[in-house]
Write a protein that binds this ligand. Structure first.
Ligand code: ADP
Length: 233
């Protein structure tokens, strides 16, 4: 079953056409990595999927899920790293968009705690967010995103700024969510090898070349060979 379908999608800023005639579909249970050089339109596509920017042509359609049920992990900014709140407050804030209520009820609180537990950071709930390591902060933001996500999790370069250990742990968490919780994942990635290792589908955006399809097909392409210096698997 398709959760997201993009058909003949074009997106542009004034006269700068960033995405042109892009078509792809994400099925329930997919783990899609979006890769491509800087400026190829990865973040712009995310904005379209999240409904923050309208297509200039074509369509982006979610099916069986509303935009409020999409969990989103944005790229971390310096400001976010110093956010003055406790871990549980940060995670709880992920429930607001979904319920449209001003105050948290016991269901929201249970959900926040369950997601902290799921990510192995229950013991951090009363800690100050800004005092955590980068890897712990990313887990907290992921727990926050999971408060909204019922079926689809969208992430923008979730491992940027993380050390190799925290990066490997985050990939493991995402793989687990995908396999055991059947969470559909769409993630922007700058790390082509990890993308290939972790996802079942790849969307490679570029100025000239675009690939969309299964990972096992992607690794047979010239574009993958060029990107990895001839290291065909
Ligand atoms: P990526 O995420 O792949 O690096 P982006 O989607 O951020 O690429 O950007 C794609 C192109 O759109 C770039 O040429 C960028 O300069 C341009 N762009 C991005 N955001 C804006 C904006 N708010 N206004 C105008 N141009 C933008």
């Amino acid at each position: 079953m398709n959760l997201l379908v993009c058909e003949n999608l074009s997106m542009s800023y004034e006269n700068n056409n960033v995405l042109h005639d892009l078509s792809f579909a994400v099925e329930q249970g997919d783990y899609l990595s979006i890769i491509g050089e800087n400026g190829s339109g990865k973040t712009t596509l995310m904005k379209g999927i999240l409904g923050l920017m309208s297509p200039s042509a074509g369509t982006i359609m979610l099916s069986g899920i509303s935009r409020r049920e999409v969990g989103y992990l944005p790229q971390q900014t310096v400001v976010q790293k110093d956010f003055p709140a406790s871990v549980i407050e940060v995670v709880l804030s992920g429930t607001v968009g979904k319920s449209k209520r001003l105050f948290y009820n016991s269901y929201d609180k249970k959900k926040a705690r369950d997601n902290l537990k799921k990510l192995g950071i229950e013991q951090l709930q009363n800690k100050s967010y800004k005092e955590l390591s980068g890897g712990q902060q990313q887990r907290v933001l992921l727990a926050r995103a999971l408060c909204a996500a019922s079926k689809l999790l969208v992430l923008d370069e979730p491992t940027s700024g993380l050390d190799p250990v925290a990066t490997a742990e985050l990939y493991e968490i995402l793989t687990n969510l995908n396999k055991t919780e059947k969470m559909t994942i769409i993630t922007v990635s700058h790390d082509i090898e990890s993308a290939v290792a972790n996802s079942n589908k790849i969307l490679h955006l570029g100025k000239e070349t675009v690939f969309y399809g299964r990972t096992e097909e992607y690794i047979k392409t010239d574009i993958y060979t060029q990107m990895t210096g001839g290291d065909k698997k």
